[in-house]
Ligand binder design. Structure first.
Ligand SMILES: NC(=O)c1ccc[n+]([C@@H]2O[C@H](COP(=O)([O-])OP(=O)(O)OC[C@H]3O[C@@H](n4cnc5c(N)ncnc54)[C@H](O)[C@@H]3O)[C@@H](O)[C@H]2O)c1
Length: 342
């Protein structure tokens, strides 16, 4: 089987590529990545070591994609994943995330390849997610125990990033309609782990560990600047495991959309993340407080994995402490990586 992973040198793509190459029999994994993300060239070296070839192509360029080898499955992990880029780099968000999916789907149709699409929890309506916290009348969203399932509303604004993900989902259904091709759409919450070159607006978990480890400042931004925002976090290894299961079962379970995340047990506020990072690194750092909230930020998101559990009889097994420890070990062992987090 030939598998193409778009965004294969990114955090999620590179980890999935290596995991599948090692854990699937009779497979050759390939990557498509233009190395535009800071850190992706380091991930490419990891792929080189196990002979996973990267095609250095812009996903917007169908002329080049068309002439790639024939694939049986494409896992679409290519995106501008920072939600704030919806403001400062709208063209890139639109073209990479939506035109990119369109090009990959054209390739799927030509090759008769199935697709696993990495969508996002950010397809859900921002205002409705904010209302969840308002309704509870609790200032600290951590006290909420609400899980968001696949039926939560997507009908109002969710940022340009969220729009491109939702539109890509719809495009998959459109273009695969009346074909025998199979798709799976995974709406992931926050994923974290080693080889994630996190920034303040995307990949905050490794950023938190790194800034503590290297004794640099951080900021609490939005919702009063107190660090009360809550997210559930999924270990990258759990994400790899479920993708492998989905590939093995794709003939039986397909054309479905799943929410996937760390759920309640793996949800954490920024404040609590700070406490854990202080214990782990034995360093206390300075925090700036920025009270102004981005129009795209949400105070709370926790995934409901129930549909996923029902279909695959699977649930994530790595807790938040394991996630932080694995990131800490990765950062401690790789001194050159330090500069990516400063
Ligand atoms: N990391 C998370 O927490 C998370 C959560 C939900 C969904 N997702 C989705 O998972 C996917 C992977 O996310 P990630 O965290 O690995 O992001 P990432 O930025 O680490 O990886 C994306 C990769 O795509 C490449 N890329 C970007 N634009 C390109 C272009 N025009 N042509 C070719 N390559 C290009 C980048 O160089 C990068 O290596 C994305 O679709 C993202 O939206 C991620």
């Amino acid at each position: 089987m030939k598998i193409l992973i778009t965004g294969g040198c990114g955090f999620v793509g590179s980890n999935i590529a290596i995991y599948l190459q090692k854990n699937l029999k009779k497979v050759q994994v390939y990557s498509l990545d233009n190395l535009s993300r800071n850190g992706s060239s380091l991930n490419k070296k990891r792929l080189d070591k196990i002979n996973i070839k990267n095609f250095n192509i812009n996903i917007e360029n169908f002329k080049k994609i068309k002439f790639l080898p024939k694939f049986d499955l494409i896992i679409d992990c290519c995106a501008e994943p920072a939600i704030e880029a919806s403001k400062y780099d709208a063209d890139r968000v639109f073209n990479t995330n939506l035109l990119g999916t369109f090009n990959i789907l054209k390739k799927c149709l030509e090759d008769k390849a199935n697709i696993i699409f990495l969508s996002s929890s950010r397809v859900y309506a921002i205002q409705k997610l904010r209302d969840l916290v308002k309704k509870t009348n609790i200032i600290k969203p951590l006290k909420i125990k609400y899980k968001i399932n696949e039926n939560f509303t997507t009908s109002s604004a969710s940022s340009l990033y969220g729009f491109t993900k939702l539109a890509s989902e719809k495009l998959i259904k459109e273009m695969f309609y009346k074909t025998n091709l199979k798709f799976i759409i995974n709406r992931f919450g926050v994923i974290a782990g080693p080889w994630q070159f996190g920034k303040q607006d995307q990949g905050f978990v490794p950023l938190w560990v790194a800034r503590h480890l290297f004794k640099k400042k951080l900021s609490y931004i939005g919702f009063g600047g107190k660090g009360h925002q809550v997210r559930d976090v999924l270990h990258i290894r759990d994400a790899c495991e479920i993708i492998l299961i989905q590939i093995k079962k794709i003939n039986k379970i397909n054309n479905e959309t799943f929410n996937i995340g760390g759920e309640i047990n793996n949800s954490i506020s920024l404040n609590d993340l700070t406490i854990k990072c202080e214990k782990l690194t034995k360093h206390k750092i300075k925090f700036k407080s920025v009270s102004k909230t981005s129009i795209f930020d949400i105070p709370y998101y926790v995934s409901d994995n129930n549909k996923l559990k029902k279909f695959y009889k699977w649930k994530p097994s790595r807790n938040i402490d394991k996630i932080l420890k694995d990131i800490y070990n990765w950062l401690s062992k790789n001194n050159t990586i330090r500069n990516y987090f400063l």
